[in-house]
Design a protein around this ligand. Sequence first.
Ligand code: SF4
Length: 685
Amino acid sequence: GSESAFEFDSRKSICPFCGVGCGVRHGNGDKATGWEGSVNRRGEVCPKGVAAFEHVRSEDRLVRPLVYESGTHVTAPWDEALDRLESGLREIVDEHGPEAVAFFASSSCTNEENYLVQKIARALGTNNVDNCARLCHSSTVAAMVERFGAGAMTNTLEDVGDADVFLVCGANPAEQHPIAFQSYLAPAVDDGTTLIHVDPRDNETTGEAAVHLPVTPGYDIPLLNAMAKVIVEEELVDETFLEERVAGREAFEAHLEDVDVEANAREAGVDPADLREAARAYGDADRAAAFTGMGMSQHHCGTDNVHALINLAVLTGNVGEPGTGINPLRGQNNVQGANDVGARPGDLPGYEPVTDADARDRCGEVWGFEPPAGPGRTQVEWTRSVGDDDGVRGAVVFGENPAVTEPNASEVADALADLEFLAVIDLYKTETATLADVVLPGSSWAEKAGTVTNTDRRVQRMRPAAEPPGEARRDLEILQSVGRRLTDRDLESEFEYDGPAAVFDELTEVTPIYGGLSYEEIDDGYQRWPFPEGADEGTAVLHTEEFANGDRRTELAPVDHVPPADDLENDQLVLTTGRVLEHFNSGALTRRSGTLMRLRGEDVVQLHPDDADARGIEDGDEVRLSNARGSVTVSADVTPTITRGTVFTTFHYAEPLINVLTGDALDPVAKIPEYKHSAVTVERA
Ligand code: SF4
């Protein structure tokens, strides 16, 4: 029918996948092509980017609202679906109060959309709003906010190339952030920058590394503490920086006295000589830039892992100058922005704590209502609370798929099914939408306008190349309808906007770090935050004279090793998970791309030849991975590129659903679950 006949024009937009933020537009046939964007300056794109229109055209697209009736989903007119959403949530709020509902924002949707999701939650009277950064970098943000006052890349892709050393921890940018790697990191390595790679796998990034430290998952702190010890022992610290910008040196050095470099290296599974070499290279460098990814953040000590890395940068004065810093590599095209604009249970837009009365007043003046003062539940906390007397009973999930992406996934799916009311806004009937009372057909990246914020804080504009198919609607319109219906009648005007530019204007008013940004001036370029009102431009390198929190000094933070939550029993191995070049997150988008599925159609588990031999497993055999939480079967890729004792799979496939195996032990500060270390029994199936 006409509803599946997509016609695309070639307006400039931004790639919907990773946080690099390449400029893409519709090209020939089914393909996307790059334009000379602010990041991909020569118009380069990776295989995911080229395939970016394929999931848009998928026959699975929802084209009408669905409601659940007598055991099945049936199509319904928009008004009926929205009525159900309104009454479903209102009944719960009336009976149990606003804390009984929760909202799930989306790091693959625009700033304007995420801003509206958090505003709806707060208008309803709850701070229960979160996004999937909870699951990827919440620990990074927590540590960086505590130490520096800002939870984003301290530097930019342009200036990190000035570094003499790259220290890449728990990240594989060559495959996960390919254009950033090819365009900014690899050329620097070709020109002599030394790359140190800390990762249990030998992957494409390791291919460019001078030193590889194949750390056992969960042992980053012993490794980084040992590097700190070498740097102090060999007097590679930056005395001037320590004197002028750092506090707590004595206590930190006292804490290092107990650190035994050789013992820590062995505990972390790395060669002590290699560890010393890495520490010397980092400590000796004039400028060293550190990068951090989910291998660091997704542990129940994720916040402390990042503190341990920050200690190295602070000791050596690698903060506040080009070619230095702590640079988290963000996974989704707008995970930075979803957080910046306040889709966080503890923070209003711009990371202003909900507990701060002045910040609440400032929002209240613009919004016409005051946001609630008590921090809300994080997403793992609310799914766990379902069934409790004071737990969450109703939820709206916007463009996310928690039934696949959360740890201990079988229990999460049960919790979502147990909700009294669940509404989902999505492109497809995802594993989560299957459990919903109401499913609203939203718009893909190619059908919307708005801004997204990439990994190095540049705010860029997306432009629609097509209309949503069938009766599907633009997400911003859907959220405005939901907002108008759920808030008090006399606040109806709070959700009247004449398009994304009007929402953007309002969000710059309540988000101090976005204060000077202008939708019009961004045009097809970018503006970077922080861009305080009245400034000439956004700040590239942060923390130059003082830290973002206004302090001249930051404190060194002694941290101790925290053993992983799962004990290894009998001959269990450590399961760690990650991404590959061809797929993206839960795979809801990339599994709907013919090209990407041809490139990599199924998951495999990588295991070391010694571990395979000990279990009578050969390359290509079906193997069962199991633990108390569940069991999955997947074929074996026997390879020495994975460190002994550890097995690796991706989290891109619903079949097999790896997250039935992952544990939900949470970091006490950031509440991020420990995806990167799960004990599993590995045997031939
Ligand atoms: Fe898209 Fe990231 Fe690939 Fe660029 S590097 S094309 S943003 S997936």
